[in-house]
Design a protein around this ligand. Sequence first.
Ligand code: HEC
Length: 199
Amino acid sequence: MKISTGIFSLVTSVAIGTAVLAFSLHGIAQDDTNSAHPALFTENGEMQRPGDLDEWIFLGSTLGQGYNPAMFDPDSPGMFQVVRMEPAAYLQFIDTGEFPDGAMFSLDFYGVEQGASVTKSGYTMGELMLTEIHLKDAERFPESGFNFYMFPPGAQTAEPLDLPNDCVTCHTTDAAHDGVFTQFYPAARQRLEQAAARD
Ligand code: HEC
């Protein structure tokens, strides 16, 4: 009896120990892949280039969009700009109609090619020239609520831009929703209209 009780308590404590271990491992795993704040940072606060950028959700694209009143020149049309959103935050956005804290957006700049391969007119996408990331983070950026990181091709880490800066000012003043230019992102625009109709 004593022996079996001993074995029983041994088994129980091993089981509890395993459960506690599993629980705490689970906790660590959750912290590592915190879906609300998926951005990863180095010890000195630089953002690590997200490894899954090509899996982010497409929001919108512009060609030759610029902030100066220059005429569009078909011989020099500027760059393709492609905006995407981190998928976990996008799912929360379609659920709530709001961008959750920790949401990230990328803006990729691609060179423009003419006459490549079979094409006889129009433009196709060339090389990736720059990736800019918009991070909504109230704790890191208590005044503005968000800021930007610039990743030239090959850069694995980037510092946040110094605040205040013109980027944040334009986005705060002219972007349609929460510092993000949703007026140029058709599906997000529609989701916002649906969310407003629900309220
Ligand atoms: C005068 C206004 C203006 C300024 C200044 C500006 N942006 Fe934007 N930004 C836009 C517009 C318009 C878009 C819409 C998408 C596009 O450009 O193709 C945009 C989109 C973005 C996006 C995609 C997500 C979002 O927030 O909509 C990022 C990232 C971004 N800009 C980064 C920057 C960075 C970094 C700077 C400063 C170096 C900057 N922007 C300066 C107007 C501005």
